[in-house]
Design a protein around this ligand. Sequence first.
Ligand code: CMP
Length: 128
Amino acid sequence: MKLKRTLSIIKPDAIQAKFQGKILDFLEDKGFNILAQKRIKLTKSQAEAFYEIHRDKPFFNELIEFMISGEISVQVLEAEDAISYYRTVMGNTDPNEADEGTIRKLYGTNIQCNAVHGSDSEENANNE
Ligand code: CMP
């Protein structure tokens, strides 16, 4: 099968907790190629644009404040069926609901501070 790409973000909670190295090791152990990586701090307008799809959600403002509260680490990941595979490896959005052995179960705190983001479709992966 052809290798595909997805976008991953290690969020401020996981960076703050010094889980970046563990998460990157975990991704390589799961077979992802890390094609590119950049550590950045989002501006408010960048975070709002990135999460535009959630603008009408009650948690939107809190999500934006969280995402600009510290640095993030952004990766381009490559694997077979990368988008759905990464979503499986991340686990449920809510770490309390996530399966054992998933990134969010291992490194997430709650439904907002859930350690990582991954694209949910090929269109969004390209946009992101
Ligand atoms: P992510 O996969 O990056 O996509 C949207 C983000 O919004 C999600 O991870 C969480 O960080 C956050 N989120 C989703 N649902 C909630 C919620 N009910 N309350 C607070 N934050 C949420």
